[in-house]
Design a protein around this ligand. Sequence first.
Ligand code: 5GP
Length: 204
Amino acid sequence: MNKKGLLVIVSGPSGAGKGTVVSELIKNTSYALSTSITTRQAREGEIDGVHYFFRNTQEFETMIKKNELLEYAEFCGNYYGTPIFYVEEQLKQGKNVILEIEVQGALQVKERYKDAILIFLTPPNITELRNRLEKRATETLEKINMRMKRAREEIKLIDKYDYIVINNIVEEAVNNINNIVESEKMSAKRHIDLINTFLEGVEQ
Ligand code: 5GP
């Protein structure tokens, strides 16, 4: 049996509801959620080390040079990245790890971990995306427009993903992600070692 944990990546445009879905997802499960590093300003209520590790550009670039990041990307004027150490440790211990990251970073991870599961979360439609961003009121109009433009770019890369989940009702989206992960655990390609065990047990 495969003892290493699964690496699950949830991406999707700002306003798709990734944060809400992922926090519901980890409530009753044993997923390890990686905390990212960013150079963006903390929003009201965000805590350093909980929502993100907030660092300045120089500190971030030092981490890049020291190869301390599993992936990183520039998103709407700021850096975002995943610390490599935590992810590798959790996977080694057999835990399933979730990364909530944008598309460029997700594709970098897939290069490195071919068996990572890439899930793209979308809102039911594009109008809803803008509504959600405006309702959230954490960004200026200029930034909302930047994020909408970026959403367009991200949506173009959906075909690089393994699954799409539409986030209309949070509970349903969470169930769908859980179902995807449960099915992936049974996928034949993840159990190649079983073939040898079976062959050894079958008489020639
Ligand atoms: P926000 O500023 O809304 O918190 O995040 C902006 C975007 O950056 C979101 O799409 C979020 O998923 C993504 N993001 C958060 N952490 C990381 C990370 O570590 N790496 C990458 N590549 N993207 C991230």
